[in-house]
Design a protein around this ligand. Sequence first.
Ligand code: C5P
Length: 244
Amino acid sequence: MASGVFGAMICFFSTGKDFFMIPVITIDGPGGSGKGTVSRMVADIFGFHILDSGAIYRVLAFAACKEGTDLADEDVLCALARNLDLSFRPVDGGVAPILGGQDISKEIRNETTGSAASRVAALPRVRAALLDRQRAFQQEPGLVGDGRDLGTVVFPDALLKIFLDASAEERARRRFLQQQAGGISQPYEEILREIRERDDRDRNRPVAPLVPASDAVTVDTTSMSIDEVVSTVARLARERGIGS
Ligand code: C5P
């Protein structure tokens, strides 16, 4: 019997240890800082999974708007968050959010949905309702996750935490070009105003505000190319033993 208990203990500890050894790289930062692109490219280098946590908040906001839910109604939003029929399908260059069987990548990628997402994301119980869904992405061989609070709240034990930043003007310019490439036309000035408002809401909310984790490496991408940012992150990851 003693050996049975001992065996169960070993099994328990090794399972726990293996789980916590699955490496996680978190890339947090404001909208338009390049998190999504950098995450995808770093995940490609190491063959890791991707978590686009912003997409989860965007899908929730999109579903709420579609149902006519008041974006301040925390009870209804919590229930919606818990029951969201959301999955991600690998596509060329990333993952596509599938809501109720439908690919809604295009529908969620505009500043209006981004702003709605930042309103629902300011509600503490909504954030709590989405935590397990995000943590479930920590799978072998590893994970690159991007968002606002991945290093501070979702994966506080991540092996490498990056905080990507860039000026609001540069981020608006990137978003403008990205939208144009995707066939969406929104004036630059309007994007800049929405980005500033969203920054303000994300940085000043009482729960999980947008701040670098105390052990994060901040990279200002204003005058860096994507390739330079990716190689900086990959180098920092290798220095921590990732990919070796
Ligand atoms: O990163 P993205 O622009 O897609 O995120 C949309 C919004 O979702 C953000 O402005 C933020 O308010 C919210 N968000 C968050 N925490 C995360 C990811 C996104 O609050 N981890």
